[in-house]
Design a protein around this ligand. Structure first.
Ligand SMILES: [Zn+2]
Length: 583
């Protein structure tokens, strides 16, 4: 009898306790929860005594509201703030969060980044741990501040640029699924896979960037996923193969012989500005030296070796270049790359003139180059050269400007990477053996690392290269005529892809801008009613137009063809010119 009574009593008590803990904290029955209980009693902190002392309530109990149906315990209860709290308070949630965000003492750049993440989280609060924690059953104003603060704290010391870069691919992902009427958070493997299959034109690195973004979101903001897309074999395979095939398609075409000759004429042309002549020579240095743009910028010494002044074409310019980090497949452990550039040229012998031009311009021209001095610096606003390296996209623009109407022959415009491809593609077309070709391109098999250091190893490939250049010069071999069959498939960048004539980089930028405008929406630092804006076509930086005529910007820059004057204010105002906006 007594055992039966205590059995029933235990059942009732435990069900009552469960009910009180599971329902709101505003219950009349103010139980301490286990954690609080532990800290409240020093006795309970002794683990040996804890089990015996865990209390069951004694004495008479109030009437017990026992639920008819057991609560489902497997999934956490849905927090209904999305409907109740915000809407009942008559608030527009995003506006409330925006206000909180704008009051924070952080830079505008960072606010823009946090705004993007807040927009991603508000796609579905339930799918983000950070939102589930920050938004409890509190008042809306607390909730807004709570989420903004939580996101800001979670972002921690991560650079604003990282937050922008990681948000971008996810915004495009959200836009894609939004357009099809689906929520895409929590992230599911099936949706990621479908997105990569049907997501339209993506840059070679885009799928990989999206996977990195998802992983970032999972670890930093607690994005919830189902069936682990990050480990899915078919997703990983698709990412890798997209990268491999797309990169082939968008690879820059090699220079044509005409383009090389034009650059040589520019170096030798007394009528051109010395800036153009120095830059043209730099691109030739990359082409004849088979160098990437970043390698060319890090050349650490020049040595002109011209044994016979009467036959200038027989010499070499010997350089060393510091290795850049990203060189995969290059000689391991080699810190400095020896680069030999033949003085032989398809048109005019340009190297001695170029070195003289550099000397007159105050740039390094012989011997060792001072630490961190770029070979092609940016031009100073007031004339002369800075000591800041010209960045790669500006260099590409300059290169295309130098080549003018010859800049685009095939479906893809030339870029700085065209330079490195040129001699190597000529060598492939003329049928040069793999061994010498790999040495010319600084690619050696693992184990052959030391070979590149030896002048003997390079002398044979260099002789072949000089012969090739002279054959092109004398018209014995025209690399631009050989575009047939088996050879063509071997050639970097020659594939007649379906990319069309639009510039790949531009297209990707505007794709992300559209996603930001659609998913994140309106965001600006505040502006006057009659202000007009212009956007730089390359940097995408937004400036204010100064006057009615629209020839000047507030920051003092002139509106050139590189700016696009905007008809209306961009919805998401970022990035901003710091001269035009005081943010
Ligand atoms: Zn400006």
């Amino acid at each position: 009898m007594s055992s039966m009574a205590s059995g029933i009593g235990g059942l009732v008590i435990s069900s009552h306790v469960r009910h009180v803990w599971a329902s709101s904290s505003a219950s009349a029955f103010d139980f301490l929860k286990p954690d609080a209980l532990l800290s409240a009693s020093p006795l309970l902190q002794d683990p040996n005594k804890r089990p015996r002392l865990l209390p069951a309530p004694v004495g008479p109990l109030p009437p017990l509201p026992v639920p008819d149906e057991p609560r489902p315990q497997s999934t956490p209860p849905e927090i209904d703030y999305g409907v109740n709290a915000y809407l009942a308070a008559g608030l527009k949630p995003l506006t409330a969060r925006d206000e909180t965000l704008k009051l924070q003492a952080i830079t505008y750049e960072r606010k823009c980044a946090l705004k993007k993440w807040l927009s991603l989280i508000s796609v579905n609060f339930q799918a983000w741990e950070i939102a589930r924690r920050a938004l409890g059953p509190f008042e809306p104003s607390f909730a807004c501040k709570g989420l903004v603060d939580s996101v800001r704290d979670a972002a921690g010391v991560k650079a604003s640029s990282t937050l922008h870069n990681r948000a971008g691919p996810l915004l495009r992902y959200v836009k894609f699924w939004k357009g099809r009427g689906h929520k895409c958070f929590p992230v599911s493997e099936g949706q990621v896979y479908s997105f990569f299959k049907d997501g339209g034109d993506m840059a070679p690195t885009f799928p990989r960037s999206l996977m990195i973004s998802i992983s970032f979101a999972v670890h930093v903001f607690g994005l919830v996923w189902t069936d682990d897309p990050l480990r899915s074999g078919r997703v990983k395979g698709l990412v890798a193969s997209h990268y491999a095939t797309k990169r082939e398609e968008v690879r820059r075409p090699a220079f044509t012989v005409e383009q090389i000759k034009l650059l040589e004429r520019i170096v030798m042309d007394n009528g051109r500005s010395s800036y153009d002549r120095v830059a043209a020579g730099f691109f030739l240095l990359l082409a004849y030296g088979r160098l990437r743009f970043s390698d060319g910028q890090r050349v650490t010494s020049f040595l002109l070796d011209q044994p016979d002044p009467n036959k200038p074409e027989l010499g070499y310019l010997e350089c060393t270049a510091k290795r850049t980090k990203s060189q995969v497949g290059m000689i391991k452990k080699a810190k400095v790359l020896p680069v030999v550039i033949p003085l032989a040229a398809v048109g005019l012998c340009w190297i001695p003139t170029w070195l003289v031009l550099r000397m007159k311009a105050g740039l390094c021209y012989g011997g060792s180059v001072p630490e961190n001095e770029p070979i092609l610096p940016a031009v100073a606003a007031g004339g002369g050269w800075t000591r800041v390296p010209l960045d790669v996209s500006a260099a590409s623009d300059w290169l295309r400007q130098l080549l003018r109407h010859t800049a685009q022959v095939g479906p893809i415009k030339v870029g700085t990477h065209s330079a490195k491809a040129t001699m190597l593609s000529w060598a492939a077309k003329v049928g040069m053996d793999d061994g010498p070709r790999r040495l010319l391109g600084f690619h050696v098999k693992t184990g052959d690392s030391l070979i590149v250091y030896s002048r003997d190893a390079m002398s044979h490939p260099m002789r072949l290269l000089v012969r090739l250049i002279l054959d092109v010069k004398n018209g014995k071999f025209d690399p631009d005529l050989t575009r047939s069959g088996a050879l063509a498939s071997e050639l970097a960048g020659e594939s007649e892809s379906s990319e069309g004539s639009t510039d790949e980089e531009c297209k990707q930028v505007s794709e992300e801008e559209r996603a930001v405008e659609e998913v994140v929406g309106e965001w600006d630092p505040g502006h006057g009613p009659d202000e007009h804006f212009a956007r730089h076509l390359v940097s995408r930086c937004i400036h204010k137009v100064r006057d009615e005529a629209g020839s000047q910007l507030v920051c003092g820059r002139t509106i050139s063809t590189r700016f696009e004057v905007l008809n209306k204010k961009p919805a998401f105002m970022h990035p901003l010119c710091s001269g035009c906006f005081s943010v």
